[in-house]
Design a binder for this molecule. Structure first.
Ligand code: SF4
Length: 371
C-alpha cells in the first residue's frame, strides 16, 4: 500500500465557529467563537494520533467535528474507504460482511467527504466511526443491560437484525474487551469504572469501525486502571486495525498510546509530529513548555518546568498574529502582527512558529515521561 493509500482521514482547513450573543448596556452583539480555526492533518489506517492541549483549546470540538457530531462551519473531512474494509470484515461474520459490501456499493467513490454528507448517507456511514466518552458512569444507560448497550449500534444502524447473530457478535466483542460473559445480563451500576469503560469500548467497536475518537477516555480512571485500558486499546488496535484519535491532557498517557501527536492552542494546531520527534525534539515553544512540566522517569534527571505567564486566551478575543505570543518567552514584534504559517520543517513534522529554526529544545533520553 502506498503512503497516500494508507491515509484513512484527511482533515483540511477545518473550522468550527459558534455564535455567542454578548450583552451590552442597551444592546447586544453576536460574536463568533472560533473553537477550531483552520486545522489540517491526516490520520493513517491503524494509527493512533494523540491530541493534547490545555482545557478550552478545542480538542474535543475537533474530534466531534470529524465525526459530524458537530457540523463544521468550513473545511473538509475526507474519509478514504478504498475498499480494504471488506477483507477485514470477513473475519467478523457474514452479516457484518454483507452490510459492508452494501456500504461499499453506496459509497463506491472510495473517498467520502463527511463534512457535506447528507443526513441519510451520514446515518449509514456512522457505523464506520465511533466515540468513547470520558465519563464511563454517565455515558451508559442505567436501564439497559450490558448486552443491550453493546448491541445498540448494530440495531440502530440496521447492520444486523437476527437476534442470534447479534448475541454472537456481542459475546465476541465483549470477550475481546475482556468482559466476563456471564455479566452481560447485568446493569451498568454493578460495575466498577474500569469495567464500565470496557463496556464503552465494546460498544464503540462492535460495528467494526475504522476510526474511533477516545475523548479523555482514561482521564477519570485510577492510574493502574488507566494502564489496563491503554493496553487493551493497543491490543484491540493490533487485532482490528482500527485508528484512534486519542484526546487527553496527560502527556504521559498520550506518549504511551500514540504513534503521532498534535498539540493544540486556542483553536489551532501548533505542532504535529511522530511521538518520538515531538517528545525528544520539539520545535514549538508551547510544546517545549508542556513537556518541561512532565514528571521524569529518572528521579535524578533535571526538572525545571517552564511557568507560562497568564492564562490561555479566550477564543472569543483570540490574540492577533501568533496566538501564543502573549505567553511566549521568545515572542518578538513580528509575532503579534503576523500569524505563523503551518509548515513542514522535517519529514511529517509540522510547526506553526516564525522562528522555529532558531530554537534547540531537544531533550536527552532518560527524560522521557514516567510510565
Ligand atoms: Fe513564540 Fe513568535 Fe514562535 Fe509564536 S511565532 S511561538 S510567539 S516565537
Amino acid at each position: 500500500m502506498t503512503a497516500a493509500e494508507n491515509i484513512l482521514i484527511e482533515v483540511k482547513d477545518l473550522q468550527v465557529r459558534f455564535p455567542i450573543r454578548k450583552k451590552k448596556l442597551f444592546s447586544s452583539e453576536i460574536k463568533q467563537l472560533r473553537a477550531v480555526d483552520g486545522v489540517s492533518f491526516d490520520i493513517k489506517r491503524g494509527e493512533t494520533v494523540g491530541l493534547v492541549g490545555e482545557s478550552g483549546s478545542g480538542k474535543t470540538t475537533v474530534g466531534r467535528a470529524i465525526l459530524r457530531a458537530i457540523d463544521p462551519s468550513d473545511g473538509e473531512v475526507v474519509f478514504h474507504t478504498n475498499g480494504h474494509d471488506v477483507d477485514i470484515a470477513q473475519a467478523e461474520g457474514e452479516e457484518l460482511r454483507k452490510f459492508r459490501q452494501h456500504m461499499n456499493m453506496v459509497f463506491s467513490e472510495g473517498s467520502v467527504n463527511l463534512s457535506s454528507l447528507a443526513s441519510d448517507r451520514l446515518r449509514l456511514f456512522r457505523s464506520r466511526m465511533s466515540l468513547v466518552f470520558q465519563d464511563p458512569y454517565s455515558s451508559l444507560n442505567p436501564r439497559m443491560t450490558v448486552r443491550d448497550i453493546i448491541a445498540e449500534p448494530l440495531i440502530a444502524s440496521g447492520m444486523m437484525k437476527d437476534r442470534q447473530a447479534i448475541d454472537d457478535r456481542v459475546r465476541e466483542i465483549a470477550a475481546r474487551c475482556k468482559l466476563n460473559l456471564e455479566h452481560l445480563r447485568r446493569f451498568p451500576h454493578a460495575f466498577s469504572g474500569g469495567q464500565r469503560q470496557r463496556i464503552c469500548i465494546a460498544r464503540a467497536l462492535v460495528s467494526r469501525p475504522d476510526f474511533v475518537v477516545c475523548d479523555e477516555s482514561v482521564s477519570a480512571l485510577d492510574v493502574s486502571i488507566q494502564a489496563e485500558i491503554v493496553n487493551l486499546l493497543k491490543d484491540l488496535q493490533k487485532e482490528m486495525g482500527v485508528a484512534f484519535l486519542f484526546i487527553a491532557h496527560d502527556l504521559s498517557v498520550v506518549a504511551q498510546m500514540s504513534h503521532r501527536v498534535a498539540v493544540m492552542y486556542v483553536g489551532k494546531f501548533v505542532e504535529y509530529a511522530s511521538t518520538e520527534q515531538l517528545f525528544f525534539a520539539p520545535r514549538h515553544p508551547y510544546t517545549h513548555a508542556l513537556l518541561s512540566a512532565i514528571p521524569r522517569a529518572d528521579p535524578d534527571a533535571e526538572f525545571n518546568p517552564i511557568k507560562l505567564q497568564g492564562e490561555i486566551p479566550n477564543p472569543l478575543d483570540a490574540p492577533s498574529g501568533c496566538r501564543f505570543h502573549s505567553r511566549c518567552p521568545f515572542a518578538r514584534e513580528r509575532c503579534s502582527q503576523e500569524a505563523p504559517e503551518w509548515r513542514e520543517v522535517d519529514i511529517e513534522h509540522f510547526v506553526a512558529c516564525h522562528f522555529t529554526e532558531e530554537f534547540d529544545f531537544s531533550r536527552q533520553k532518560g527524560q522521557e515521561p514516567r510510565e
